[in-house]
Design a protein around this ligand. Structure first.
Ligand SMILES: [Zn+2]
Length: 429
């Protein structure tokens, strides 16, 4: 799934169709992108118009361009842990949220999701109430039917929106507390089961055993029974640590396992590739190297021209951060590891903004393709080998190693597969 940042410099509708099944853009910008939305639908691509209900939690002035015009925009900041919506208010909010997406051309709608202060809090309960109300509205209006102007289009789908914070997923678990104490990636082993990936580590702690624990299990229990066709999971403020990314993998893969429905994960920037390799159905990526944060750091910032685009290079599985040696490092990378995207000379980095954006988009698709070539058990090994090589090159260039979350995803997925196989064996016996 490509995040179609407006003016991203590439034609998301035409290109990389083997790995891009849908476009996603903020609903608040949909009014300015009607041509793109119509073209995507004409080409048979899915359209996700992210309602970003969580922006209602911010002061009105901080919600970004276009949000105030949406019918579910609240006139004051919504305090999800304190404000108890009446049943009528809940139903109205849910209907307005659904209507706004469908009337703007979404083919895959979501239920509203807000960012809770802590997991399994009152805010979570209210989000589930909103999900139920949205599902009721969906059925009542038979919203799966294609819109009248496109009678031959496939049925529309409703996904449950789930917003989580990276730290919320691991709060209260031994691993999360250890990670919080030790800082990023400092998670300690809880049960001594070795979880080092084949083909080399990712420069630090690796998730082992149960990464998320109770919070993850409870979220799966709460969301699995919903009558939806999939889940749209947005992770806010993920720190790249093994504990948090292991928990994200457990939640996504656990929901898929429990329901047989696809989970799409957004918000975790380049780490999405590890989730794809481990069997998460889809990720929403593109539009910059930053992950989702709450409150947002720069709400409309990714379209501002003039900000230098960080260039992705597959040999380091990431971008070269700005700094005094960044230009030298980039030149070195492209000389040693030429790029065949066609947007710039093979042995030179893209030098203009447009070429850099197109190079990044081409590489994003190439990485998604590479991550999902065979089956998770093999794709994970290939990615682990690449992580090892990338870290060796990063050391040469004096860049920080890849975050531990890169390897933690595969470790969490392996633990889950082993547990599933164990259960199956016991059921057979
Ligand atoms: Zn290139």
């Amino acid at each position: 799934m490509a995040w179609a940042a407006p003016r991203a410099g590439f034609d998301v509708v035409r290109e990389q169709r083997d790995v891009v099944g849908a476009i996603a853009l903020p609903l608040r910008q949909a009014a300015a992108e009607t041509a793109l939305i119509a073209r995507a639908a004409d080409e048979g691509l899915g359209v996700v118009l992210a309602g970003q209900a969580h922006l209602n939690q911010l002061p009105v002035a901080a919600r970004g361009r276009g949000f105030a015009a949406l019918p579910f925009a609240q006139p004051y900041p919504l305090h999800v842990e304190r404000t108890r919506m009446s049943a009528t208010a809940l139903a109205d909010y849910a209907e307005a949220f659904l209507d706004a997406q469908l009337s703007a051309g979404a083919t895959l709608a979501t239920t509203p999701a807000h960012v809770c202060d802590a997991e399994l809090s009152y805010g979570r309960e209210q989000d589930l109430g909103l999900a139920h109300a949205t599902i009721a509205a969906w059925h009542e209006r038979q919203a799966w039917r294609p819109p009248p102007q496109r009678p031959d289009a496939p049925p529309r789908e409703l996904f449950a929106g789930i917003a989580v914070r990276g730290r919320g997923l691991v709060a209260g678990s031994a691993r999360g507390d250890a990670a919080a104490r030790d800082g990023v990636g400092g998670a300690a082993a809880r049960d001594g089961v070795a979880g080092a990936p084949a083909g080399g580590g990712a420069g630090g702690a690796v998730a082992r055993g149960r990464a998320g624990g109770d919070v993850v299990d409870r979220l799966i229990e709460l969301y699995a029974p919903l009558d939806v066709s999939g889940y749209w999971l947005t992770v806010f403020d993920a720190d790249g640590s093994g504990a948090q990314l292991g928990a994200v993998a457990e939640l996504a893969l656990g929901l898929q396992h429990a329901t047989g429905r696809p989970v799409t994960v957004s918000g975790i920037a380049s780490l999405h590739e590890a989730l794809l390799a481990s069997g998460v159905a889809a990720t929403c990526a593109g539009g910059g190297a930053a992950g989702a944060s709450f409150p947002p750091k720069a709400i409309d910032g990714d379209e501002v021209t003039g900000i230098a685009v960080e260039v992705f290079h597959p040999a380091i599985l990431g971008t070269v951060p700005p700094g005094p040696h960044a230009a030298d490092a980039l030149e070195w990378l492209f000389v040693r590891h030429p790029c065949r995207c066609g947007e710039h000379p093979l042995h030179e980095p893209p030098r203009r903004r447009r070429a850099a954006l197109r190079h990044n988009a081409w590489q994003l698709a190439a990485e998604a393709r590479d991550a999902t070539r065979l089956v998770p058990i093999i794709d994970e090994q290939r990615l682990a080998a690449r992580i090892g090589r990338a870290n060796a090159i990063r050391r040469q260039l004096a860049l920080a190693p890849l975050q531990p979350g890169w390897a933690a995803v595969a470790a969490a997925a392996r633990t889950r597969r082993a547990a599933a196989a164990d259960t199956a064996m016991r059921l057979d016996a």
